[in-house]
Ligand binder design. Structure first.
Ligand SMILES: C[S@@+](CC[C@H](N)C(=O)[O-])C[C@H]1O[C@@H](n2cnc3c(N)ncnc32)[C@H](O)[C@@H]1O
Length: 359
């Protein structure tokens, strides 16, 4: 039996949880190194002693020393030369630099430490919500969650979305038409809209998101990416979308967060031309619950327990979906929203996601 699931002895359970404690410490220490600019400084400006790193980043030398030693002990940083505590020189190996500082890499994981880091300050509210059935909103989790989410999906949209869509012939053909109008629901950091605009130069993309700070973040991202003339982001509940004539709509990793997804899906359907598709990207979880779920299930339940289910319950009434939205659940929502066709698209190897087409 896999030792991580062996619950036959107290020793095995204790070992397993001790491993989890070490993982937690790694994640929280990467949160510090990411947010304080320590990894970035080591990657961009080279190896440093604790006082040098503190000086470069405007941080405290004693804390920098403790963190550098912890990072070397845990194996994420390298001790280049030993000596007195403040004279030790530490460097960042290329692999660590890629995973923790390269925001274009598919291996970029610093954003996940931000997502779970955002949970820390919310724990008292989460405890209260777990007692009362109340929620903790995306807005309450703040910029760490907002930016962590945006940056976690960004490389996938940048590097893989165009190819993934190009592999679905009719969707690709539709998006490549001159003057095509696309809707992006729940755009977050806007990287999906930016990727769509880049892949399809004749397209205009309208995004709508209920989280106001996301609108500013995405607008700035689109401006910096040079696509602001074809990508417009607005603030609002997608359930209130006016009837329109979009040629295609997308909902990237957001349907499971919505308290009332059927209202949103209905509004999106009405905003589409007859027969036009809504592509939903959501978690590639198993078809049904099983207690011996794989690592994707474990991770998605982790997001659900701390982030998505409380967010989805922060506005009432709520269907309380949670991150682990099974395909059958989305199918029910799609039918209730009046979509007649529901299929899984042949897009694989796209992070933790599955793509659905609703028509
Ligand atoms: C998990 S984030 C995903 C963001 C982005 N699509 C991505 O893939 O990174 C979910 C987003 O959906 C937005 N959202 C949730 N409910 C919404 C609604 N009813 N209307 C519009 N946006 C909504 C949230 O504000 C948030 O930005």
């Amino acid at each position: 039996m896999d030792p991580s699931t062996d619950t036959a002895s107290a020793d095995a359970v204790a070992q397993r949880l001790l491993g989890a404690v070490l993982g937690h410490v790694d994640l929280m220490s990467t949160f510090l190194g990411d947010r304080l600019g320590w990894y970035r400084s080591l990657a961009d400006d080279g190896p440093a002693t604790p006082p040098q790193l503190a000086e470069r980043t405007g941080t405290d030398a004693r804390y920098a020393r403790e963190w550098l030693e912890q990072q070397a002990v845990t194996g994420l940083l390298h001790l280049d030369s030993d000596g007195a505590a403040d004279e030790r020189v530490f460097s960042i190996p290329p692999a660590t630099a890629e995973v923790l500082t390269d925001q274009h890499s598919l291996n970029y994981l610093a954003p996940i430490s931000r997502l779970f880091g955002a949970v820390g300050p919310a724990l008292p509210r989460l405890l209260e919500a777990y007692r009362t059935g109340d929620g903790v909103s995306w807005d309450e989790l703040g910029d760490d969650a907002r930016e962590g989410q945006a940056d976690a999906n960004r490389p996938w949209f940048e590097h893989r979305l165009a190819d993934a869509l190009a592999g679905v012939e009719d969707v690709h053909g539709l998006l490549a038409r001159p003057g095509v109008r696309v809707l992006d629901v729940g755009f977050g950091g806007g990287w999906s809209s930016i990727a769509l605009a880049r892949a399809y130069p004749a397209a205009t993309v309208d995004g709508i998101d209920i989280d106001e700070p996301s609108v500013s973040m995405a607008t700035e991202n689109a401006r910096a990416a040079g696509v602001a003339d074809r990508v417009r982001f607005s603030h609002g509940d997608a359930a209130d979308l006016p009837a329109d004539r979009y040629d295609a709509a997308f909902a990237f990793e957001c349907v499971h967060d919505m308290p009332r997804p059927v209202e949103v899906l209905t509004a999106v359907r009405k905003s589409l031309r007859p027969g036009a598709p809504l592509i939903v990207m959501d978690e590639a979880v198993a078809d049904s619950f099983a207690a011996d779920g794989d690592e994707v299930e474990r991770l998605m339940y982790g997001y659900s327990v701390f982030i998505c289910l409380p967010d989805g319950r922060s506005s009432q009434p709520s269907v309380a979906t949670g991150t682990v939205m099974r395909p059958s659940r989305l199918h029910e929502y799609a039918e209730a929203a009046g979509f007649g066709e529901f299929e899984v698209l042949p897009i694989t190897d796209f992070s933790f996601f599955r793509f659905y087409r609703l028509r």
